[in-house]
Design a protein around this ligand. Sequence first.
Ligand SMILES: Nc1ncnc2c1ncn2[C@@H]1O[C@H](COP(=O)(O)OP(=O)(O)OP(=O)(O)O)[C@@H](O)[C@H]1O
Ligand SMILES: [Mg+2]
Length: 262
Amino acid sequence: VPRHRVVVDTVDVADFAAEVGGFPVILKTTRGGYDGRGVWLVEDVAAAAEPFLAGVPVLAEERVGFRRELAAVVARGPHGQGVAYPVVETVQRDGMCVEVVAPAPGLDEATALAAQGLALRVADELGVVGVLAVELFETERGLLVNELAMRPHNTGHWSIDGAVTSQFENHLRAVLDLPLGAPTMLAPAAVMVNVLGGDTPDLHEGLRHVMARDPALRVHLYGKAVRPGRKVGHVTALGEDVAELRARAHHAADYLRGVIER
Ligand SMILES: Nc1ncnc2c1ncn2[C@@H]1O[C@H](COP(=O)(O)OP(=O)(O)OP(=O)(O)O)[C@@H](O)[C@H]1O
Ligand SMILES: [Mg+2]
């Protein structure tokens, strides 16, 4: 994991920064954070005050200069059976996941196996029953764990359409003590792009166009109230050429959101 410690005030943050080679550092709330809310990139001691306003403990972390972010999603049954999905690359904007590519392009097999093994071991040692997602930083010094999510996770949504057994089905199989299903991919590559709330309040306005333009695309709308930046759906494209899949998925997400018109 990145170097870290619980900090109690801004002086303590300055102290921690000195310890890890200076600002910027990352501060994280220990309650109620998600989608980057509750994560601050702090450039100096003056900017370190805000995270303390909520009155809950604050964690300081070194800022990791990662090459990219990965995630290893696994499922574990109550008697220790485990399955590992292909390791994915995740792209975050403003601390929020916007895109997932499965499998992570160009990831060597040894690193992929190490990430899957690490996630299975964490699941085992914590006695997880169900799905566990391990968010990882790929760095010069190897893999670092960023976050654990003990539930079906955004970085596994591609598996609904792109795997023999989705993360949701495997989560249910695990908690029902049924044998787990194969996490094998149904295509060489899958790209999932989140549909974020934008200016268009009704996502169904764009749905027909998106469905007609790209009949092979899988579109999921969650029926949640649309608020700017909120995750309100996702689209998945399956195929071979990651650049083409990315273009198709982003086009659909942007169109649904209302930021492009054709
Ligand atoms: N120590 C760090 N160094 C560099 N970047 C970081 C660090 N910690 C977090 N980040 C960036 O901020 C993003 C969000 O952080 P994190 O995953 O801890 O928060 P979250 O809001 O709980 O996210 P999630 O929605 O995945 O639960 C990370 O994906 C990464 O891009
Ligand atoms: Mg995260």
